[in-house]
Design a protein around this ligand. Structure first.
Ligand code: FE2
Length: 232
């Protein structure tokens, strides 16, 4: 999907369908206002015992907020001020001199997407259309989970493991540092943060245990289903 097609897709989706909270929650800068730090979709202790309140406190209150503050400092008075967060990401992607804007804007988006990808009522197995598409794309839900864990643990250094949609098929992609599927025309459905700050207080170096806990107990399949619906 080309950049122009992606932008028209988001506009079309916004006009026709009820957008998942993530897409409206990530809008930043419209009308010259700053990028906002969206509220967490649940209390900071809601993902315990799998992700502690202490981890969420630092992750949301320091890291996520830090990216919001930085992108606002970087874009104030520039051509990036007053556009949506998604446009900011797409417009700065791969552009000379805009790397810091891209990194901080993408990290705002990625973290908001991550909070919404997890839920205290999550985990278990996907149902309905998500289950059907998953079986068609990976063979079975178990195969998806195995491949996802491999991608998440195989990502060297900091990054993200994503379930995305390309045309009608589901795919798993791992991105490094701040990189994000929307910069590549891929539609994100779910993400797990595999930067060390996401799990080190609770799991130390055991990234695999953290990813498996997220998949088994926290993945918000209802959010995935909402995101799939936007593409239809
Ligand atoms: Fe993070």
């Amino acid at each position: 999907m080309k950049r122009r097609e992606f932008l028209s897709w988001t506009v079309k989706a916004g006009a026709v369908l009820m957008l998942p909270a993530i897409w409206t929650g990530c809008k930043g800068g419209n009308g010259g206002s700053a990028v906002a730090l969206p509220d967490l979709p649940y209390p900071a202790n809601a993902l315990e015992p799998y992700i502690s309140e202490k981890t969420i406190g630092f992750h949301y209150g320091k890291h996520h907020k830090g990216y919001v503050d930085k992108v606002n400092r970087l874009t104030k008075g520039t051509r990036f001020a007053g556009i949506s967060l998604e446009e900011m990401i797409i417009e700065s992607s791969g552009k000379e001199g805009a790397k810091a804007v891209f990194n901080n804007a993408a990290q705002v988006f990625n973290h908001t997407f991550y909070w919404n990808s997890m839920s205290p009522d999550g985990g278990g197995e996907p149902t309905g259309a998500v289950s059907e598409k998953m079986k068609a794309s990976f063979g079975s839900v178990d195969k998806f989970k195995n491949e996802f864990v491999s991608a998440a643990t195989g990502q060297f250094g900091s990054g993200w493991a994503w379930l995305v949609q390309r045309d009608e098929a589901f795919e798993i992609v791992a991105t490094a540092n701040a990189d994000t599927p929307i910069a590549h025309g891929l539609k994100p459905l779910m993400v797990i943060d595999v930067w060390e700050h996401a799990y080190y207080l609770d799991y130390q170096n055991k990234r695999k245990e953290y990813v498996e806990a997220c998949l088994e107990h926290l993945v918000n399949w209802a959010f995935v289903e909402e995101n799939v619906a936007v593409a239809d």
